[in-house]
Write a protein that binds this ligand. Structure first.
Ligand code: NAD
Length: 299
């Protein structure tokens, strides 16, 4: 049955995710600070509104898909935000990848005002968002998690309950640590294969059915002309910005410090992202890490 959906954050992920809820027959009211993001969502059938209050009015469910913890906290907690304007029976779902402390703050604030809230970050990249095949990892009270799964379904290939509040974020942070290490490994293997005279397609065909395989290899191959979904085909226009990749790996590093866990490789990959950011590439796709391996990055 048709639901009323409020959606805040219509960027690389939120835009195509909201579009899949429209395709499923729901009425989606979307808000974003970026006119470009709003225009793209409107073209996909999202009803553009000018404030959070308008997006959440009368909604059965509200999704947020924002860059960082500070943005989620602002959008939920500020006087013009979700908690101030939503009705208490609206289910609240934050699909942004944020730090565990911010997620806990949102769970606490929502619970204090008797809202049902889940943390539900996603994996699968922009191509998975477009295809409606994302993996959602959902943390919170059992009944809220079960209700969230129904609304999430048109956007998802997998919906996996992770346990209590903030466990979705915990799963996501560990997953992305592995993703970005795999991405760096893929970049090193790809450049070395090229220098050893291997054809790029032949090497990819081998690695993708061999022990060097990974999601990063199959979805984000950093050499152009091999994998259709890769930003390398498109001058590294972002599907996942270096800025947000650096955010995620820093979330893992912070969590590792809290738990006394050595992340030697993760810390090294963070330094690679820091170098890209210093070179002015924060807004480009994180697979641009390959340019630190092949030496082609200028500046
Ligand atoms: P993005 O930067 O493309 O989109 C974020 C959107 O939020 C932007 O359009 C921005 O204008 C909007 N925004 C920021 N503050 C706002 C506010 N106060 N009110 C309304 N809108 C606001 O980022 P993205 O790639 O879509 O990522 C969103 C989240 O999903 C991040 O936490 C990211 O780490 C995570 N994620 C990204 C990917 C990916 O492949 N890009 C995959 C999985 C998870």
């Amino acid at each position: 049955t048709m639901a009323e959906v409020g959606w805040i954050g219509l960027g690389n992920m939120g835009g195509p995710m909201a579009a899949n809820l429209v395709k499923a027959g729901h009425n989606v009211r979307g808000f974003d600070l970026s006119p470009r993001a709003v225009a793209a969502a409107e073209a996909a059938g999202v009803q553009a509104v000018a404030s959070i209050a308008e997006a959440v009015a009368g909604a059965d469910v509200v999704f947020t898909m924002l860059p960082k913890g500070e943005h989620s906290r602002a959008v939920y907690l500020e006087p013009d935000g979700i908690l101030a304007h939503a009705s208490m029976d609206t289910l609240l779902i934050d699909s942004s990848t944020i730090d565990i402390e911010s997620a806990q703050t949102l769970h606490d604030a929502a619970a204090a005002e008797r809202f049902r809230f889940v943390d539900a970050p996603v994996s699968g990249g922009m191509s998975g968002a477009q295809a409606g095949t994302l993996t959602f990892m959902v943390g919170g009270a059992e009944d809220a998690v079960a209700d969230a799964a129904v609304f999430i379904e048109p956007m998802a290939g997998n919906v996996i309950p992770t346990g209590g509040p903030t466990t979705g974020q915990a799963a996501k942070i560990c997953n992305n640590l592995m993703l970005f290490i795999n991405l760096a490994a893929t970049a090193e293997g790809a450049v070395l294969a090229d220098r050893l005279g291997l054809d790029k397609q032949v090497f990819w065909d081998i690695a993708s059915v061999s022990s060097g395989d990974s999601w990063a290899l199959r979805t984000w191959y950093p050499v152009p002309g091999v994998v259709e979904t890769a930003a390398s085909n498109n001058d590294f226009e972002p599907t996942f910005t270096t800025e947000l990749a650096n955010k995620d790996i820093n979330l893992a590093i912070a969590a590792a410090r809290d738990t006394g866990t050595p992340l030697e490789i993760g810390e090294h990959v963070q330094q690679l992202f820091a170098r890209l950011i210093d070179a002015g590439q924060a807004g480009k796709d994180c697979s641009m890490i390959v340019k630190l391996v092949d030496g082609s990055l200028q500046g």
